[in-house]
Design a protein around this ligand. Structure first.
Ligand code: SAM
Ligand code: SF4
Length: 326
């Protein structure tokens, strides 16, 4: 389905839980997080129904995110429900990787196509610091497991934060040179736990790229499955690629193909817009498939032309990243 800007909206990102087993400093506060009771989040059957309605309107690709999606019990069952929807041709997960190693084969058997891991540092102490409770070893074992199982492409999300990991940009490029991994450097956005964010902490994609160019020749070209807003470059002679996601320095909204659904069943046209429609309420009040379909259509039609992250909306944002799904 095309929105009013002519963008083909075919990608639905679903936050399946707002809970997480880590507490990344920029994303989630350590304490005071309200826990949604089970009856306040969509059941797997409800999610599957909504995905099949969205699929009839043109959604082809689904990503499960959170919070940490792999902590939701029986997540493989949800993946198999979505796999059974014929129009959906791509199912992906974004995860911190902490639980992935033991679940990998079951996830794949259920129908998962691919996975994005979040990894901001490759130094164990720094990993523990930024996630407040994570172990680097778990994340690295998970990434290697996905490679062993030939889940392709395996992508890494790295949020660049000045003074924290900007000195590791070349190490991540080296990783992409040596392994078939696609490292996506993401500009730090004013969303989440804003105590940690400030404008001076942003590392622009262009800065990261010029660091990498000191060692590698970047070759433009190949499209990587699900490339979305990232601009990818291969490292000449290397096995993987580096990509740059530049929400702060370069609007990519003209190419945005996604809508988002929260664990509470709120449908959003943009990560950074407050407008939401309540699919859960409508569904639990007995809405028909056609009525729910109209909520999807209207969200797509009213999708903002662009985000306003650079104009200081952050402080008003009542939803955090772990509640919307990154
Ligand atoms: N728990 C999963 C994970 O960490 O991959 C999925 C949810 S997490 C909210 C999704 C992504 O959002 C992560 O890659 C995280 O680094 C990113 N993220 C969170 N807050 C961010 C911010 N302020 N700016 C940029 N990316 C952010
Ligand atoms: Fe959890 Fe992911 Fe947020 Fe970290 S970024 S606190 S792992 S939801």
């Amino acid at each position: 389905m095309f929105d009013t800007m002519g963008r083909n909206i075919n990608y639905l990102r679903i936050s399946i839980t707002d809970r997480c087993n880590l507490r990344c400093r920029y994303c989630m506060p350590l304490e005071g997080v309200e826990r949604l009771g089970h009856n306040r989040i969509l059941t797997f059957e409800e999610i599957a129904r909504l995905v099949s309605i969205a699929a009839r309107l043109g959604i082809r690709k689904v990503r499960l995110t959170g919070g940490e999606p792999l902590i939701r019990r029986n997540v493989c069952q949800l993946i198999s429900y979505i796999r059974a929807i014929p129009e959906i041709d791509d199912i992906a997960v974004t995860t911190n990787g902490s639980l992935f190693y033991d679940m990998a084969e079951e996830l794949r058997a259920a129908g998962l196509d691919r996975v994005n891991f979040s990894l901001d540092t490759m130094v164990a102490e720094k990993y523990h610091y930024i996630t407040r409770q994570g172990k680097l070893e778990d994340a690295m074992m998970a990434i290697n497991r996905a490679l062993e199982l030939k889940m392709d492409p395996v992508k890494i999300n790295t949020v660049m934060i000045k003074g924290f990991n900007d000195n590791e940009i070349m190490d991540f490029a080296d990783l992409a040179y040596n392994k078939p991994l696609h490292i996506r450097f993401i500009e730090f956005m004013p969303i989440g736990d804003l105590k940690f964010w400030n404008r001076g902490n942003i590392v622009n994609s262009s800065e990261a790229m010029s660091i990498i160019k000191k060692r590698y020749k970047l070759v433009e070209g190949r499209t990587i499955k699900g490339s979305g807003p990232a601009k990818y470059y291969e490292l000449e002679g290397g096995r993987g690629s580096v990509g740059f996601i530049s929400p702060m320095s370069n609007h990519f909204c003209g190419e945005c193909n996604r809508i988002r659904m929260t664990a509470e069943g709120k449908l959003r046209g943009c990560l950074y817009d407050k407008t939401e429609s309540d699919l859960m309420l409508a569904m639990r009040n007995g809405a028909s498939d056609e009525e729910l379909g109209r909520i999807f259509s209207s969200t797509i039609n009213n999708k903002p032309d662009k985000h306003y992250m650079n104009t200081g909306w952050g402080n008003e944002n009542h939803r955090k990243m772990y509640q919307i799904g990154g």
